[in-house]
Write a protein that binds this ligand. Structure first.
Ligand code: PHB
Length: 398
C-alpha cells in the first residue's frame, strides 16, 4: 500500500517525524528512508483538441531534459502522472485537483491554455504546490495572482505581442486589423500589440474576436478584405494557426502583410507551406538560432522523437531545467520549500532560446526575435526587444 495516498501532507510529515525517531518498524514512503521515494510530477496539458501538439511537445521536451540529466531529480527517481486538460477552462479546476489533491504531486507542470491557467493558479496558490507553467501566457499568473510557488518558463501574452507594435510602424503599416480567439491569451496579445502600436502612432481599425477554438474564419476574412488595412495582426496557435494561415492565403489576402506572435507559425510552418511565406512574427525562440544550446537540443530532440523541436518543446525542456536546478540545490528534498523556491528564483537557464533568468514575479526576462518566413524557412531578422520583462502589474511578492 502506498502510505502517502489519501492523507494530507501534514500527516505525512508528522508520521515521518515519528518514524525518524525510530518508534516502529513501519517505514513511511517519504521521509524515514531519506529521499528514495519517487518525485511525483503531474502534467496538466492538452493531449487532445486544437492544442494537442503543444502538449505533446512540452511533455517530450521536459522528459528529454530529465533523461539528459541522469533521469533523476536531486538523486531521486521520477514518476510522471498526466491529465489531459483538453485546453478546456471549464474543467481546469477539476483537472488541477485530480493532480494536486488526488495524486498529491510534488510538482505541477502546466498548462498551455490561459483560461485553464487562471483556474489552476487559484488552486495552487492555496495548496502551495510548486508549479511551473510551460506555456500559458495569462498575465495574471505572474501579475495579480503571482505567488512564491508559481513559476513560468514561457512568456506572457503581452511579452510575445508587444514588440510587433513598433515593428509594424517601422514598416509603414499604419492601419491594422487585429484578430484572435476570444479568451485571455488572444485578448492580452492584441492589447499588448495595440499598446505599443498606438504609442508609435498606429491605428487599430477593427478588432475581431471569434470563439475558442473555432476555425471557421471565412466571414471574418471577407470583412478584412473589405476593410483593406495596411496589415493584419493575429494571435492563433496550434491547429487553429495552421488553418488560419491557409485560409488567409486562400482568401487572396497575401498582399496584406500578416503579423503575430510566433505561435502563428511555430510547429506548423511545414504544414502551412506556401501560405506562410512572408509572415512576420516576434517570439522568444526560433528554430534557426545559431547558438550551441539550440543546435544540441534540436539534434537530441529529433533523434529521440523523430520530430522537429519547436518553441513548446523548448519551454518544456526549460521547465525541467528549472526543476533540476531547484532539486539539485536541496538534494532532492522537495519539502525544503524555502530553499527550493530560492534556488529556482536564482536559476540561470541555459536555454535553446538563449540564456535567461526569472523576474521577481517568476517570469522569464528574455529577448524577442523578429522572424520572417522566407522560402519555407523561419529566418531570424534580428532582436525586436532585448531582455524584455513583463511589467508584472499587480504582483505583490518579493
Ligand atoms: C495561451 O492560452 O496562453 C496560449 C496558448 C497557445 C499559445 C500561446 C499562448 O501558443
Amino acid at each position: 500500500m502506498d502510505f502517502a495516498k489519501g492523507i494530507s501532507r501534514r500527516s505525512i510529515l508528522q508520521a515521518g517525524a515519528i518514524a525518524a525517531v525510530g518508534a516502529s518498524g513501519f517505514v513511511p514512503t517519504r521521509f524515514a528512508i531519506g529521499n528514495t521515494a519517487k518525485v511525483k510530477i503531474g502534467f496538466l496539458l492538452p493531449y487532445s483538441g486544437t492544442y494537442a501538439a503543444l502538449g505533446e511537445a512540452i511533455t517530450n521536451g521536459f522528459k528529454l531534459a530529465i533523461e539528459e540529466r541522469g533521469a533523476k531529480l536531486g538523486g531521486r527517481d521520477i514518476q510522471y502522472v498526466a491529465v489531459d486538460s483538453e485546453a478546456n477552462p471549464a474543467k481546469g479546476p477539476e483537472n488541477t485537483n485530480k493532480l494536486v489533491t488526488g495524486e498529491n504531486v510534488d510538482f505541477l507542470v502546466g498548462p498551455v491554455h490561459s483560461g485553464v491557467a487562471l483556474g489552476m493558479v487559484k488552486i495552487v496558490r492555496e495548496t502551495g504546490t510548486i508549479t511551473i507553467i510551460p506555456n500559458a501566457g495569462a498575465g495574471a499568473a505572474t501579475g495579480p495572482l503571482c505567488a512564491p510557488n508559481i513559476f513560468r518558463t514561457s512568456f506572457t501574452n503581452w511579452q510575445a505581442a508587444y514588440p510587433m507594435g513598433k515593428v509594424a510602424m517601422e514598416r509603414g503599416l499604419k492601419n491594422v486589423v487585429t484578430m484572435s480567439w476570444k479568451y485571455a491569451a488572444g485578448e492580452e496579445a492584441l492589447a499588448g500589440f495595440e499598446a505599443n502600436f498606438t504609442k508609435n502612432g498606429g491605428k487599430v481599425v477593427k478588432q475581431i474576436l471569434v470563439p475558442f477554438p473555432s476555425d471557421e474564419f471565412q466571414a471574418n476574412l471577407t470583412e478584412i478584405a473589405s476593410l483593406k488595412p495596411d496589415g493584419v495582426f493575429v494571435f492563433f496557435a496550434g491547429a487553429g494557426a495552421l488553418k488560419f494561415v491557409k485560409d488567409y492565403a486562400a482568401a487572396g489576402l497575401k498582399s496584406i502583410p500578416l503579423m503575430g506572435p510566433g505561435f502563428l507559425t511555430d510547429g506548423v510552418l511545414k504544414a502551412q507551406g506556401e501560405a506562410a511565406e512572408g509572415i512576420l512574427t516576434t517570439l522568444h525562440y526560433a528554430d534557426a538560432l545559431d547558438i550551441p544550446e539550440n543546435k544540441t537540443f534540436r539534434a537530441a530532440y529529433a533523434k529521440a522523437f523523430a520530430k522537429e523541436a519547436d518553441v513548446y518543446a523548448v519551454q518544456g525542456y526549460d521547465a525541467a531545467q528549472l526543476m533540476v536546478q531547484g532539486m539539485t540545490a536541496v538534494k532532492g528534498d522537495a519539502t525544503a520549500r524555502d530553499a527550493l523556491i530560492g534556488a529556482m528564483e536564482k536559476a540561470v537557464i541555459k536555454s535553446p532560446r538563449g540564456t535567461f533568468t526569472l523576474s521577481k514575479a517568476h517570469n522569464p526576462i528574455q529577448d524577442f526575435y523578429l522572424r520572417q518566413v522566407r522560402n519555407g524557412q523561419e529566418v531570424v531578422l534580428g532582436v525586436a526587444e532585448k531582455a524584455l520583462a513583463d511589467p508584472a502589474t499587480g504582483c505583490k511578492m518579493g
